[in-house]
Design a protein around this ligand. Sequence first.
Ligand SMILES: C[S@@+](CC[C@H](N)C(=O)[O-])C[C@H]1O[C@@H](n2cnc3c(N)ncnc32)[C@H](O)[C@@H]1O
Length: 182
Amino acid sequence: MNPAITVRRRRKAWSHERTAGRCEWLTPPEIIRALGEFDLDPCAPLRRPWPTAKRHWTLREDGLAQPWFGRIWLNPPYGRETAAWLARLAAHGNGIALVFARTETRMFFDYVWNHADAVLFLQGRLTFLNPDGTRPSGSGGAPSCLIAYGAGNATVLAASGLAGKFIHLKRRKSPCEFNGTV
Ligand SMILES: C[S@@+](CC[C@H](N)C(=O)[O-])C[C@H]1O[C@@H](n2cnc3c(N)ncnc32)[C@H](O)[C@@H]1O
């Protein structure tokens, strides 16, 4: 856990951006496959058409109230509640999140720009899937990005082959800087 990060949870229940109360939008499985195996999805659907990790927390257990362990896959509930989930992953420090690329928001500055290791801005609009795994007619309401926490996850993201723009956020020191001889 990174003690510098405060995990704030809003009292309001989750809601989906622009989609009238629906939050069961599933990640296309090929995205998760491209990122390797995850130990835990802390916000998985009650009925999932496929596993997203080795273990899953659902609404029944309340994933935010449970322990998080290992490598996390996180496509969190949408809306104002998203920040609390991203804060938790930033504090945990090991995993990859999929969120809307709202780069100007306080959430993005608090938990992505200033804490993540890397971001992959996905090319085009992702089409999230229906709860039964079928494809809806429209695509997501905004561009999406994948956010890596931990150097290993940044490496996996860079090598994923997913189309988009990859940006390293944690600059490694060059040998010159390391020796103090810039
Ligand atoms: C955007 S969907 C993503 C589902 C899945 N993680 C994926 O990547 O396909 C968000 C999921 O969070 C679940 N969820 C909402 N609140 C939760 C909570 N407090 N604890 C665990 N899961 C929750 C919803 O049921 C929904 O399945």
